[in-house]
Ligand binder design. Structure first.
Ligand code: FES
Length: 80
């Protein structure tokens, strides 16, 4: 599989709402980072869909190197 595009080398802070479903972009092509806008079609990537269990502001990965299962920043951007 090809590598994802680095959308940015810093996380983006977003407020996630409890009970709401999100689709995190894993390909890096979305113009609506950090969320999927359908641009992954034909790439082999697919979004990570998750439902938030609490309302909280989180830093979400834009370098697409995070190992976090929901796309939350794990500091990987510091080495890419
Ligand atoms: S646009 Fe990147 S996963 Fe959908």
């Amino acid at each position: 599989m090809e590598l994802p595009k680095i959308a940015a080398k810093s996380p983006i802070r977003v407020e996630l709402e409890k009970g709401k479903k999100y689709a995190y972009c894993t390909c890096g092509l979305s113009e609506n980072q950090p969320f999927c806008n359908g641009s992954h079609k034909g790439t082999g990537f697919s979004p990570t869909v998750f439902t938030c269990d609490e309302t909280k502001t989180r830093g979400m990965c834009q370098c697409k190197q995070t190992k976090n299962e929901f796309g939350f920043c794990d500091g990987s951007h510091k080495s890419c």
